[in-house]
Design a protein around this ligand. Sequence first.
Ligand code: FA5
Length: 350
Amino acid sequence: MTVLPVAELENLRVQAEQDLAQVTDDAALEAWRIRYLSRGQGRITAAVEALRSIAADQRREYGQAVNALKRAVEEQFTARREALARRRIEDTVQRGRIDVTLPGRPKPLGRLHPTTQTLRDMIAAFQELGFNVAEGPEVEWDWYNFSKLRIPPDHPARDMWDTFWVDVEHEGERPMLLRTHTSPNQIRVMERQEPPVRVLVPGRCYRFEATDATHEWMLTQVELLAVDEGISLADLKGTLDHFAKRMFGPDRQVMLHHSYFPFVEPGVEVAVDCFLCRGDGCRTCKGSGWIEILGAGMVHPEALEGVGYDSRRYTGFAAGIGVERIAMLRHGIDDIREFYRNDIRFLEQF
Ligand code: FA5
């Protein structure tokens, strides 16, 4: 075992202090401790143990010096360990610091699609008159979409609705299609309930057609149906008048003229003066000055009888309104194809 003279102890102290000053993390601190203070390997521990082999006359002086060295170095070691721990805590606090004065991150706000906004306003306008909302399927039987509406297979009126047919797997299965209008719900509702009926049925419809400024292959309609004793065409006109004023204000011109739909008699069409040209004729209204918004009429007695209603006692009116067309007229949108292009710059305007 090495016996260090007192002078050597001073060198050891300087060395230990210099090495400790280099320590910047826990691993280095532990390596330092092993080198100087551990049992067996520590240089200062060894210097203390050397006391035993020192001659009795020198022991006192050496003993005092080595113990003073050990105490001093241990104090420095403890101070260093505490300083490192403090710095670790400060680093953690610093990393996790929240600057409460920073502006918050804005949450992007979604909004309702213009079709949905208009649809909700339309529903509200009819609910004011006592109509309730019902729903029906988008994939529909030919039977409801056409036949029960007095449009049997091979009837030329089927040409009025270019149809997406659904492939049905099994032989003899009844033909299915994507509904071309919401009118099948006239039948579905009447099959479910007895008069009086006051119902509106919103929903998507699909048509296999060439698109243009006012025609899309997917469109939204609202079907309106009222059946009761004594309902007349005047009730239909009054209802549509209330609706048009509610949607467009009192100044818009509304035109009602005769039209043909196999499931109503008489049938009418309603158009509103074009918002772009105000009646002069332009690309959007295809030169007519008017934009058609709905088809309507008095429910055909045969359609009433088909669901078991007594057509001598009950009469009714029905209408099918194009929701995108209403939204176009309200917001001045000159091309219906904008609605479902999903261009966020267009949609953000509403
Ligand atoms: C019908 O669909 C009839 N079911 C309406 C009806 C109901 C008549 C009840 C009588 C009684 P029509 O095909 O005209 O009719 O369409 C009605 C409305 O839907 C049109 O006035 C128009 O506003 C809208 N519409 C029709 N086709 C399109 C299309 N391709 N794109 C956008 N809107 C359309």
